[in-house]
Design a binder for this molecule. Structure first.
Ligand code: 6GU
Length: 231
C-alpha cells in the first residue's frame, strides 16, 4: 500500500516513523509520503487561504494549490479506481474499525488534510473526477486541522495490512472487531498489592475461561458503550 498526505504541516507525520508503522515500512508493506501544500503555491507568501464568498468568520483553503498537489500525485488526467482520496473533516462519516478494515485493502490512499475553516468545495468535486473520495471524521469533536486525525487513521489502517502484526489472532480478539469491547486481562503476579487475578483465569479450565471472558465483554460493553449493543 502507498499512503500520501497533503498538509501545510507535513512535520506532524514524523510521528509515523515510530513503532508499528515503522515496522510496516521496514517490511515494505507500506510506503508513506507527506507533502507540503505550500510547495504548490507560486506567490511570494506561499498563500493557501482566502476569505469565503458570502462572508462569514475565518479563512478557507483556496482551490489552486490543492488541484496542483492532487495532479502531482495522480498525474494530470484519468480516474484512479485503485485510489481513495480522504478529506479529513468533522463533517464526514465517522471512522470506525470497519472503515479501517475496508481501507486496509486499498492500493493507494491520499489524505487531504484541511486547516482553517475547511477547503473550497470545488476541490472535493474535482477530486471525485480523479479517484474515489470519502470525507472522514474521527469523532464528534473539533480539531484545528486534519493532520492528527489522518495519523489516527493511518495507524488504525496500517496495522491491519496483512503481515504487519505478527499474531493475526490478536486482530480477531481485539476490541470492536466483534462489536464488543475487549475483556480485562491480567499477568503475573497472581496477587499484587492485595488484588487477586480472577480465580477462573488460573483454573486451567478453558471452557470456563472463554465463558468468563465473553460475559466480561458483554458486561463492560453494557456499562460503558450500550450504543454498541443497540441500547
Ligand atoms: Cl478529520 N478534522 C477536524 N478538523 N476535526 C475533526 C476531525 C477531522 N475528526 C474529528 N474532528
Amino acid at each position: 500500500m502507498r499512503i500520501d498526505a497533503i498538509s501545510i504541516f507535513p512535520d506532524f507525520f514524523q510521528a509515523l516513523d515510530l513503532s508499528l508503522l515503522g515496522k510496516a515500512r521496514d517490511k515494505s508493506l507500506l510506503e508513506f509520503h507527506a507533502h507540503n501544500l505550500r510547495n504548490y503555491t507560486h506567490d511570494k507568501h506561499r498563500t493557501v487561504d482566502d476569505t469565503p464568498y458570502g462572508g462569514g468568520a475565518g479563512m478557507l483553503m483556496k482551490p489552486e494549490p490543492w488541484g496542483e498537489a492532487l495532479d502531482d500525485l495522480l498525474g494530470a488526467e484519468g480516474f484512479h479506481e485503485d485510489t481513495v482520496i480522504i478529506f479529513t473533516s468533522p463533517a464526514g462519516e465517522v471512522f470506525k474499525q470497519a472503515t479501517a478494515h475496508e481501507l486496509a485493502n486499498v492500493k493507494r490512499i491520499i489524505f487531504a488534510c484541511g486547516r482553517y475553516e475547511g477547503i473550497d468545495q470545488r476541490v472535493v468535486e474535482y477530486a471525485k473526477t480523479r479517484a474515489n473520495v470519502r470525507l472522514v471524521s474521527i469523532g464528534d469533536y473539533v480539531l484545528n486541522g486534519g493532520e492528527v486525525a489522518a495519523i489516527v487513521m493511518v495507524e488504525a489502517i496500517a496495522r491491519l495490512i496483512p503481515g504487519v502484526i505478527g499474531n493475526a489472532e490478536s486482530l480477531i480478539e481485539e476490541s470492536h472487531t466483534d462489536g464488543l469491547l475487549e475483556y480485562p486481562s491480567y499477568t503475573k503476579p497472581a496477587s499484587w498489592r492485595g488484588l487477586d487475578v480472577p480465580e477462573v483465569l488460573t483454573s486451567g479450565n478453558h471452557a470456563a475461561i472463554a465463558k468468563w471472558r465473553k460475559d466480561a465483554q458483554i458486561e463492560r460493553t453494557k456499562d460503558v458503550r450500550p450504543d454498541l449493543l443497540g441500547e
